[in-house]
Design a protein around this ligand. Structure first.
Ligand code: KIV
Ligand code: NA
Length: 274
């Protein structure tokens, strides 16, 4: 049996072969991600990608647990990480611990991710000292879209040192890795050099210790908007659209089902299919 990846293994990959991370929300996609990636992230992006919410604000613990369980079932060798949803950890360390423990206990995932830098350091330290491995997420933190005023690049000009301080704070607090979202590439490289924990970039340039994308974005399945940092590796949305159009036309023309998809009224002779 393959030994699954654990947070300490991810930490040990600092400076080595880049860590490969994708989101996954379901068992079948988790199986594909698991075959090729180090981490399968159950991102709260599932609110927008799967459930049609306008942002990640409306994502609940119940949604994360349901999808988390599905993804954990599909992971054999990669490490599932579950996002803590908006409102489940920001009040303080105790609330964060209660909900992180629930996410881990009810899904079987060995780690959680939460958004925030310096102001979340106390909570990250509280969790990591009590058996909850934490992946931090700084730079653009989508749960704060309403206070940030949009999904803009974070860390240009005078803002750079604040993002550096956030990175240093989450690392000192015990996070085993940190996601850098929509951070200028030079700053992301500087943070990567300064920290002893791996940085995982999304829109943060190539000089991070790893990369993450939303799997539905890179497969062309989620096309409501297209951030500059997404590379489309497939156009599955278009493929699905063409397939469903063909099916609808076939049904309307009585071209589907064909005889081979139907069941004969009389049992066929032994050795033949159907
Ligand atoms: O929710 C998510 O998918 C994420 C990744 C983009 C890092 O947080
Ligand atoms: Na997220």
């Amino acid at each position: 049996p393959v030994r699954p990846v654990l947070p300490a293994d991810i930490l040990a990959r600092k400076g080595g072969t880049p860590l490969v991370v994708l989101t996954a929300y379901t068992t079948p996609m988790a199986r594909i991600v698991d075959a090729h990636c180090d981490v399968a992230l159950v991102g709260d992006s599932l609110g927008m990608v799967l459930h049609g919410l306008p942002s990640t604000i409306g994502v609940t613990m119940e949604m994360m647990i349901l999808h988390g369980r599905a993804v954990v079932r599909g992971c054999q060798k990669s490490m599932p990480v579950i996002d803590m949803p908006f409102g489940s950890y920001e009040e303080g360390p105790q609330q964060a611990y209660r909900n992180a423990a629930r996410l881990m206990a009810e899904t079987g995932a060995p780690a959680v991710k939460l958004e925030g830098g310096t102001h979340m350091a106390e909570t990250i330290a509280f969790l990591t000292k009590r058996g909850v491995p934490v992946m931090a997420h700084i730079g653009l933190t989508p749960q704060s879209v309403n206070t940030l005023g949009g999904y803009k690049v974070v860390g240009r000009d005078g803002e750079a040192e604040k993002v550096m301080a956030d990175a240093e704070a989450v690392a000192a607090a015990g996070a085993f890795a940190v996601v850098l979202e929509k951070v200028p590439e030079g700053l992301a490289a500087r943070i990567t050099q300064a920290l002893a924990i791996p940085t995982i970039g999304i829109g943060a340039g190539v000089r991070c210790d790893g990369q993450v994308l939303v799997v539905d974005d890179m497969l062309g399945l989620f096309t409501d908007f297209r951030p500059k940092f997404v590379k489309r590796y497939a156009e599955l949305g278009r493929t699905a659209d063409e397939a469903i159009a063909a099916y609808a036309a076939d049904v309307r023309a009585r071209a589907f089902p064909a005889p081979e998809h139907a069941f004969a009224d009389v049992l066929p002779p032994k050795g033949t299919k159907n």
